[in-house]
Design a protein around this ligand. Structure first.
Ligand SMILES: NC(=O)c1ccc[n+]([C@@H]2O[C@H](COP(=O)([O-])OP(=O)(O)OC[C@H]3O[C@@H](n4cnc5c(N)ncnc54)[C@H](OP(=O)(O)O)[C@@H]3O)[C@@H](O)[C@H]2O)c1
Length: 329
């Protein structure tokens, strides 16, 4: 598995990481046993970046990661967690006192003295733009509570604002074949500033697996059933904000451009990982089969010809998605 520098931190992380929202909640039921198996399968496949958050299952995802890693001394995994959604996402809640309380809870959940990387969890723009935010984060680095910090964002403007800050180590943003705007300015700016980019929702919540149809139904406790129109959180986090029916047609067109023997999710992950400026792609996996397949997509970076797929990504985006997606995020 290819390892890449995590921006200014001096750490290295695998080019394919693991998203662990699925191991918390909101994606139907994933048992503890299955969750631990997903972590184990990923680590054994060379994955050294786990992305989590304090709110995934109200700490379940963090706690399972902490328990798993305690049994794997010398594991070499960087855990990137998030904070900021245990209270309403309003600027007055992003205080030094709350940062302290949230990071202390994550330290307990993960069973560590110092958190590797803490990302603000899609805060409002006013928080991303405020000097006080970074003063409070710098203080946490200064006293060893966290080793580094980053910002998870919804929009490219927010990403550019975070990248411009001198001590931001990484920015997490939705980037996949249905979300091409980060190519315009965000990836070049991040590369120039030596800020890591984590590409989240790389499979458009599973749409880019190619396995869904008009008849697919999702469990009631799965955000793909309850957040299609942004009822619970930003609409862009569910299917990347792409209308489901439009997404199915786009998937068919992309699938027609795949190289022989390469699956749509593998091509999507490898295509994302091969864009200059991307540090790591963090697909979520709900079972060991998905974890194994996603890690193996890194093999395509060793010379697979994805040129026809790449051309289709640009063409399908321009014809079907750009007009709706580009102005929003
Ligand atoms: N605001 C934020 O900061 C934020 C928001 C969203 C996500 N994230 C992070 O980013 C990670 C990734 O995003 P995501 O999980 O939302 O979306 P995603 O990675 O685009 O999609 C994950 C889903 O894709 C399907 N899948 C994954 N691998 C597959 C494979 N090899 N073959 C077939 N299907 C496969 C599974 O769907 P099924 O469940 O249908 O099997 C899985 O639940 C999250 O886990 C989380 O860590 C952060």
């Amino acid at each position: 598995m290819q390892q890449r520098r995590l921006g200014r931190t001096g750490r290295s992380v695998s080019v394919i990481g693991l998203g662990t929202w699925q191991l918390g909640a909101d994606w139907g039921d994933v048992s503890e046993e299955e969750a631990i198996a997903v972590l184990s399968e990923s680590l054994d496949a060379g994955v050294t970046l786990f992305d989590t958050a304090d709110v995934y299952g109200d700490g379940r995802s963090e706690t399972l990661i902490g328990r798993f890693l305690a049994g794997r001394p010398g594991h070499g995994v960087t855990v990137a967690t998030k904070m900021g959604r245990r209270l309403p996402q309003e600027p007055e809640n992003y205080t030094p006192e709350n940062f302290r309380a949230w990071t202390d809870r994550s330290r307990r959940n993960l069973g560590v003295e110092t958190l590797d990387l803490v990302q603000l969890h899609c805060p409002p723009s006013a928080v991303i733009d405020a000097d006080a935010t970074y003063d409070a984060l710098d203080a946490l680095v200064g006293d060893g509570t966290i080793a580094a910090y980053g910002v998870s964002v919804e929009t490219t403007d927010q990403a550019l604002a975070a990248i411009a800050r001198p001590n931001v180590a990484g920015v997490q943003i939705i980037f996949n074949p249905f979300r091409l705007k980060p190519l315009d300015e965000v990836l070049p700016a991040a590369a120039a500033a030596d800020v890591a980019i984590f590409a989240r929702v790389p499979l458009a919540s599973g749409l880019l697996s190619g396995k869904y149809s008009r008849d697919t139904s999702f469990a009631a406790n799965d955000h793909r059933a309850y957040n299609r129109n942004g009822e619970a959180f930003d609409r862009g986090e569910t299917f990347s904000g792409v209308d489901y029916e439009t997404g199915l047609v786009a998937v068919e067109e992309l699938s027609a451009a795949l190289p022989e023997g390469v699956s749509l999710p593998a091509a999507s992950l490898a295509w994302i990982a091969s864009r200059p400026g991307v540090t790591s792609v963090i697909p979520g996996a709900r079972n060991t089969r998905q974890a194994r397949a996603n890690a193996a997509a890194a093999d395509l970076l060793d010379g697979a010809d994805l040129s026809s797929f790449e051309a289709a990504v640009a063409d399908v985006y321009d014809r079907r998605l750009r007009a709706d997606i580009h102005p929003q995020w």
